[in-house]
Design a binder for this molecule. Sequence first.
Ligand SMILES: Cc1ncc(COP(=O)(O)O)c(C=O)c1O
Ligand SMILES: [Zn+2]
Length: 513
Amino acid sequence: MLLAGLAASCAEARSAGPGDDPLEPPHRDACCLLAWRPAVLKPAVLVRGTTPWNPRTAAASEARATAGANSGPAADPAAGTDEGERPRPVSTTTTKNPSRFGFASHLACRECGATTGLGGTHVCAGCFGPLEVAYDLPELTRSGIESGPPNIWRYASLLPVPPGVAASPNTEPGCTRLLRADQLARELGMAALWVKDERGNPTHSFKDRVVAVALAAAVEMGYKVLACPSTGNLANAVAAAAARAGIRSVVLIPADLEPQKIAATAVYGGTMVAVDGTYDDVNRLASELADEREDWAFVNVNVRPYYAEGSKTIGYEIAEQLGWRLPEQIVVPVASGAQLVKIDKAFRELIELGLVADTRYRVFGAQAAGCAPVVAAFEAGYDVVQPVRPATIAKSLAIGNPADGPYVLDVVRRTGGAVADVGDPELVSAIRLLARTEGIFAETAGGVTLGVLRRLLAQGLLDPGAETVIINSGDGLKTLDAVADGSGAPPAIRPTLAAFRLFEESLPAPDSP
Ligand SMILES: Cc1ncc(COP(=O)(O)O)c(C=O)c1O
Ligand SMILES: [Zn+2]
């Protein structure tokens, strides 16, 4: 039972969060409330702070549970016995032998701590809180992990996936570079700064990690189609992973997504649905579809407990790449908030397993000012997050109703971190700074993360003398419009030395700002 308590440890009394219930209103204006199903307040609301609004609705969650959306697809004889039934608490059997979900032992509610068996369930039957995976882990050693494959499957024992996962066709994400960013550190006046560069993944963002885990679990549970609502990168990752695994994909995106992300998804040949609405509208539609399509695994909806675990591998890798120790500070982009929450979970697991020393670390979250609901809650001292309507060029972070928002607040408060935001001009300037100093072309989410690092330093909230890691979660080639102004091609010159010299004279002196 080494880690079975970890998931439940988050389940202390709290006020209800907006969670991943896409039937909830994405914002509070009249048009949305018209489309919103009738709301009934969650039965037991335990309050830790003052909140403006409790967006979780029992009625919506119950509607889904009754319709069977919280269960797996109809019976695959090899897929166990939990599918098709409503979630129920089960006794936890401890075993050191991996099951069909490896060393994962059960699902635990992050709100009330109730447990249920592993299966296609994502909402607690008792309180409608989100479920997460808990484990009964064997002893693990650094050398055992180091001798594993050069991708996320070296940590397969810490993920809810079948033991033979590495052998099935998959995109093999992970083991991305952790770059020491000395020139950037010098510019920022920092002692030691690292960039975890997630561009190295197969579809150039960290989403390949979460999708690989979701796909492995979904196939194990008998789902036949891989699907998602996406702000772009997830659509890329789902379409590619499904193509590689030889199954159908269906991705739902807001119609106004960056053209590069649309093209980079379409090329894999799955079904792409462009929806006229925000990501939160797309997410709500996906949840309704998940109710209806029994054998569709919406990676971030009905198999979300498994999907989210994939982000732990970023945390494991950082620790391993630092020589099996934790950084003192880490800055993580926040959309749904799952990545940040799972990096913290990874650090705590490594400590508990004795793989790293129990040193203090602080976790910081980064949002774009045009979509900063978690920042607003953090600054107001709330435990829950009030949804907003996004308006930012950082589209990959444009989730107005973040499922893991309350848990992000927990993590940053527990570790002594913070959540902060930057405007679009600052994020663009940060993209240029990272490119100019370290040769890393980040997408808008990376610009937000570095922009927030700068802001936190300026505010004195982040220690410039402490070793810090920032996550560059995606690739600038997918958000080219962000830097199109002023960085376009220079005017053409004639192919003569004279023309070159004239051109050279027109350049600013190297030292000028
Ligand atoms: C590039 C990029 N970075 C960060 C995030 C945020 O991830 P999370 O939803 O886990 O907070 C996303 C989400 O789509 C993303 O695409
Ligand atoms: Zn519960």
